[in-house]
Design a protein around this ligand. Structure first.
Ligand code: SF4
Length: 58
């Protein structure tokens, strides 16, 4: 199954118009390529990526 088809299954119809903007922003600010900010992620419970990035030590 292609990514588009899988997204269509998961994204409720009423959110589909704006979903691509949210996905782009999510990738730009939270799920960034080298070190995703998993500790800030609103969709962490749906994500299979491992290992999750822990929060930075302050
Ligand atoms: S939990 Fe998953 S979707 Fe969220 S930032 Fe981490 S890798 Fe990305």
């Amino acid at each position: 199954m292609e990514v588009e088809e899988r997204l269509m299954e998961r994204v409720p119809k009423e959110y589909r118009i704006d979903a691509h903007h949210w996905l782009i922003l999510h990738g730009r600010y939270v799920c960034v390529a080298r070190t995703p900010k998993c500790w800030q992620c609103a969709v962490i419970r749906y994500c299979d990526y491992q290992p999750k990035t822990p929060p930075p030590k302050s």
